[in-house]
Design a protein around this ligand. Structure first.
Ligand code: GRF
Length: 212
């Protein structure tokens, strides 16, 4: 059976979705760069091994990433899932886990990479927003896309309501992406594209606002 390590920095709701999804893999550990990440308690309560590699204990990104990699590698995971892990990783770290490192981002990439995605989407007046699971490459938030979910932006949305609608979909697509990975249904090919061995094509359009 494949195994994964999940990296978090805070609340850990995506991690929780992965823990609750009964994935066909072992969750080898949950690792946080912050000792007070709420998600650590959720993982512990479910009997999952946890570890903390405090970024503040390291002088620079290279030494933090080296310590993080050591902690990850001790678990021998097949995949590493970033779930609200709020540190920018060095190119060396990312290359070490090529094809094994995935992230969930709260926007329809390549739109709104970086932070404050919901506020920026609202500011721009887009009618459709969403979330993306992608392989991580050194190009921040621009790695090959595995799966995306789109949601409508409604007239009275504020950051909180829009974030909640997107988060609901994050909790659906991230477990699916990990399931595909663990079942060898997808991989990152030499050309840096995601190849699917099998996937169901669906032909629905999301039109927002809806047509009369
Ligand atoms: C999520 O919106 C995720 O897409 C982003 O950070 C947030 C983490 O939330 N990368 P949680 O810790 O999973 O609840």
């Amino acid at each position: 059976m494949k195994s994964i390590v999940i990296l978090i920095s805070g609340r850990g709701s995506n991690m929780q979705a992965l823990l609750e999804a009964q994935l066909p893999c072992r969750i080898a550990a949950v690792i946080s760069n912050r000792a007070n990440a709420e998600g650590l308690n959720i993982a512990k309560a479910r009997g999952i091994a946890t570890a903390v590699v405090e970024h503040r204990d390291y002088a620079d990104r290279d030494s933090f990433d080296a310590a993080l990699a050591k902690t990850i590698d001790a678990c021998h995971p097949d995949f590493v899932a970033l779930a609200g892990f709020m540190r920018i990783l060095t190119a060396g770290f990312v290359e070490r886990y090529r094809g094994k490192l995935v992230n969930i981002h709260p926007s329809l990439l390549p739109a709104y990479s970086g932070l404050n995605t919901h506020a920026r989407a609202l500011h721009d007046g887009v009618r459709i927003h969403g979330c993306t699971v992608h392989f991580v490459t050194p190009d921040l938030d621009h790695g090959p896309i595995i799966v995306q979910a789109a949601v409508p932006v409604l007239c009275h949305d504020d950051e909180r309501t829009l974030a909640a609608r997107v988060l609901h979909e994050e909790h659906r697509i991230y477990p699916q992406a990990i399931r595909w990975l663990c079942a060898d249904q997808i991989e990152l090919n030499e050309q840096g594209r995601v190849t699917f061995r099998y996937h169901q094509q669906s032909g629905f359009a999301l039109i927002s606002p809806g047509l009369e």
